[in-house]
Design a protein around this ligand. Structure first.
Ligand code: SF4
Ligand code: SF4
Ligand code: SF4
Length: 287
């Protein structure tokens, strides 16, 4: 368990994270930091439900009612599956990133949710154990506030929180485009950046409807993956498929597609072997 003063110190140095991130591009530093803070990690962004809903409405075949989109499978079901499964739910009192950055645009009180028994070791002055229902209400509030879920195993969290083991701690981050720690992704060594990806099967593309207004390039993308090339927006390889740029485009020119209908099952299958969030008694019964 980490003392609160250490967390305060981390907040005070938060502004230097881009410098530290760039230092990992030196091969030796990158290898050490990767091993210390990111070994075994697998995290991915979920596109916002409302983006997937909006896209499905656009692609409903002519003749079918718009209500047909009510059946669409939503990325948030991945998050809610693990909340339902978990035997221990822990909510941080604040979002440390937004608090450290004095965020003006997104709520500071909507922070990380941790699942799994390792979260029981987090300093109780930083958060509290919550019920499954409170955890579900929290992630719904986050989505309503325009935050985007990042989910997966994250060794960095076990280190700064002083808890473990890593295979008993699932991170659910609720990210803003402005202050989130993961804005360092374009700056870190590739071997670290590759551990944080888009959800399987998600593609984001700019269509011919783009009129070159530039709205999508104005502090919308947390990894700076979208830029203008002449009179058209272009999305680069750094894209993590969050869908924020699609939300702001006045022409609905950015298309976020999920390749197949089984993405929820496949995303769950990707995380399940990495982190066991169930309670110990449940594991004993089921093996
Ligand atoms: S990782 Fe996301 S939810 Fe967690 S503290 Fe940072 S911005 Fe907030
Ligand atoms: S906001 Fe839409 S129309 Fe404007 S540049 Fe971006 S993709 Fe093109
Ligand atoms: S390019 Fe768009 S979808 Fe990709 S990470 Fe940036 S804002 Fe998200």
């Amino acid at each position: 368990m980490r003392p609160v003063w250490l967390v305060q110190l981390l907040k005070m140095t938060f502004g230097g994270r881009f410098l530290l991130a760039r230092a990992t591009r030196a091969p030796l530093i990158g290898a050490l930091v990767d091993r210390w803070l990111f070994a075994g990690d697998d995290l991915f962004y979920l596109p916002a439900d409302r983006v997937v809903m909006a896209q499905s409405r656009r692609t409903i075949p002519v003749g079918l009612p718009v209500e047909a989109s009510a059946d669409v499978v939503l990325p948030s079901q991945v998050v809610e599956h693990f909340i339902e499964q978990a035997g221990f739910h822990w909510l941080m009192h604040t979002c440390i990133c937004r608090e450290a950055s004095r965020c003006q645009d997104y709520p500071i009180d909507l922070g990380c949710l941790f699942l799994g028994e390792a979260a029981a070791g987090i300093n109780p002055r930083l958060g509290r154990r919550v019920t499954k229902e409170e955890a579900l209400a929290h992630v719904r509030r986050c989505r309503a506030a325009g935050l985007v879920h990042l989910i997966g195993r994250n060794r960095l969290d076990t280190v700064w929180l002083g808890v473990g083991p890593g295979d008993r701690l699932l991170t659910i981050c609720n990210c803003c485009p402005c202050c989130c720690l993961w804005r360092v992704l374009p700056h870190v060594a590739d071997r670290i950046g590759e551990r944080v990806t888009a959800m399987e099967g998600v593609t984001v593309a700019v269509s011919d409807r783009c009129v070159g207004c530039g709205t999508c390039t104005q502090s919308v993308c947390f990894v700076d993956a979208i830029h203008m090339d002449g009179d058209r927006a272009v999305i680069g390889d750094a894209c993590r498929g969050c869908g924020r740029c699609a939300e702001v485009c006045p022409q609905e020119a950015i298309e976020v597609t999920v390749a197949h209908g089984r993405f929820v099952e496949e995303s769950i299958a990707r995380i399940t072997p990495l982190v066991d969030v169930r309670s110990p008694s449940f594991r004993t019964q089921t093996g």
